[in-house]
Design a protein around this ligand. Structure first.
Ligand code: FAD
Length: 519
């Protein structure tokens, strides 16, 4: 076993290595390259460069091993890979993720039976679909005047494009069919369009999906002051009086404990484990873990009419087995669901043996619904019971309100209309996936404009009352959103990282001038 050196101190300690933590590392590497950054990740490295998406691993056995290695305490449990299997009603995780062993639903509540996490370098960002829509209408955080610029920067870090499937004819056809049903009366930015995706193509045509590796980029990898320690579980944020002063870390390979002093601490440990770590550290603002929200997900499948096999195979590109495009039906406040329409290479429902599927001709429709926010929806932590990492066990309290059920019913009606618009529906009726399926948990460390007890952090993501402690991830998003959240949470991380960079630069300048004065 290799012996690893833990630093005694750092300027910035970052907990977690998913896309939002990676955004801190990247912006700090660009703006203050002299700052010493130490990133601690509970799980193992599974891909190269560190944080790379598992879909970029060509060998299926290696890819499956990388997924297994990301499943933390759930590794080895059967996983589910299609909505068809979810419909069978089994409580199983998606490959690369694991579920809560217990505490996922309190008696008489809906709970989040399939709330999931990933433990690996790159976090869920090594397993995600890469859909990066911008929030619209009331999804947007209205007290951030610079939100558009932050989203531009998040697109740069994630490598977002709408061009990756530009040559494919089928998505264009799907969009035309959807547009005929949806676009009337919508302003142009809210019409049916290609989904912005975090992906690029190599010159040879091969797709490369963005993970935390792309967010970190060369500026982080080439930064001699940046260290990434995998298999390193942060057990506590240390405080010195009121301010954050470092982290206590357990080397998961040897079991040894290390204290690392830090001038700033950033916790980007996902929307369930970030509040857990704050709680375990005795940092317990009133809103911690509250306003938890998941996006109820309604699915349906349809089949394009009159697709000839030649056209479809051209759409996939030479030698590639890939879905031929993702289309977007944007959220509006009038229709509070976000449409992610994906073309599939296989049918999610069984078809007759003599009915072969032309790749890309099956259209999987998904509508994500915005939740009716409530402070009662929350993740609590039980100090008397330890989870498999030795941290206070999670207890989810979560209910769908009457307003949520109404939105879900409307989404069901809408998805049938969309399915009929694109072709011949394969399902008898739409299906509502179990709560937690969206993998988009938000609100648990939410941002607020002022410290009034309904938020955990400031517009710069600094935890109220705890100077030098920052939180990152989807938990920071305060609004009710239906769109995929990662672009937004990376944008919020950019703002926090700039703030830390500014403070570090000032203090580095001050210590330089102190040094000069002493000479
Ligand atoms: P994560 O990526 O979850 O990373 C958190 C990391 O923190 C983990 O690696 C974890 O091991 C580590 N950690 C936790 N506790 C500790 C600790 N105490 N000490 C050290 N490390 C710790 N989102 C979208 O926007 N669009 C999509 O299309 C999309 N599709 C998805 C599809 C799938 C199959 C999955 C699994 C997710 C999808 N998501 C999607 C969600 C997306 O992946 C997440 O929003 C994103 O990864 C969140 O980034 P993060 O940095 O906040 O946290």
């Amino acid at each position: 076993m290799t012996r690893r050196e833990y630093p005694l101190e750092a300027d910035v300690a970052i907990v977690g290595s998913g896309p939002t933590s990676a955004a801190y590392a990247r912006i700090l590497s660009e703006l203050v390259p002299a700052a010493r950054i130490a990133m601690f990740e509970a799980g193992p490295s599974i891909s190269n460069p560190p944080g790379a998406h598992v879909k970029n691993i060509a060998d299926p056995a290696e890819r499956a091993a990388a997924q297994r290695a990301s499943e933390g305490p759930g590794a080895g449990a059967p996983t589910v890979s299609s909505p068809g299997q979810v419909k069978a009603g089994t409580r199983q995780a998606r490959p690369g993720t694991f579920l809560l062993a217990e505490g996922f639903a309190a008696p008489g509540e809906d709970g989040l039976p399939v709330a999931a996490m990933s433990s690996n370098v790159g976090g869920m960002g090594a397993h995600w679909t890469g859909a990066c829509p911008r929030p619209g209408g009331s999804e947007r955080i209205d007290f951030l005047p610079d939100l558009e610029e932050l989203l531009d920067e998040a697109e740069r870090l994630l490598g977002v494009t709408t061009q990756a499937f530009e040559q494919a004819p089928l998505p264009r056809r799907v969009r035309e069919l959807l547009a005929a049903r949806v676009d009337a009366g919508r302003e142009s930015s809210l019409r049916v369009q290609p989904m912005p995706l975090a992906v690029h193509r190599r010159p040879e045509g091969e797709l490369v999906w963005s993970g935390a590796d792309v967010v970190m980029g060369e500026p982080t990898r080439a930064n001699a002051n940046f260290t990434l320690l995998d298999n390193s579980l942060v057990l506590r944020v240390l405080t010195d009086g009121a301010s954050a002063s470092g982290v206590e870390v357990r080397d998961q390979e040897t079991g040894t404990l290390h204290q690392v002093a830090a001038r700033f601490v950033v916790v980007g440990a996902d929307a369930l484990r970030t509040p857990q770590l704050l709680w375990a550290s005795g940092i317990r603002p009133a809103a911690l873990g509250r306003y938890l929200n998941d996006q109820a997900q309604v699915v349906f499948a349809s089949r394009l009419r009159g697709v000839d096999a030649q056209l479809a195979s051209r759409s996939s590109g030479a030698g590639l087995s890939e879905q031929s495009g993702v289309s977007w039906v944007p959220y509006t406040d009038d229709e509070p669901f976000h449409g992610q329409i994906m073309q599939l290479d296989a049918s999610p429902v069984p078809l007759a043996d003599d009915d072969p599927v032309v790749p890309g001709s099956i259209v999987g429709l998904g509508l994500f619904c915005a939740k009716d926010l409530s402070e009662e929806d929350r993740v609590e932590f039980d100090d008397r019971v330890a989870d498999s990492y030795g941290l206070p066990a999670m207890r989810i309290h979560y209910r769908l309100s009457a307003a949520d059920h109404q939105v879900i019913e409307r989404a069901k009606e809408q998805i049938v209309r969309l399915g009929q618009a694109v072709g011949d529906p394969l399902d008898d009726r739409p299906f509502v996936l179990p709560p937690g399926s969206s993998l988009h948990y938000q609100g648990t460390t939410r941002m607020g404009q002022v410290d009034d007890g309904t938020s955990v952090c400031s517009p710069d993501s600094q935890v109220w009352q705890v100077p030098r402690l920052y939180v990152a991830g989807n938990g920071v998003i305060p609004t009710s959103t239906a769109c995929n959240p990662t672009l937004t949470s990376v944008a919020l991380a950019v703002r926090g990282a700039r703030r830390i960079a500014e403070e570090l630069e000032n203090s580095l300048l001050m210590s330089e001038s102190d040094n000069r004065m002493c000479k």
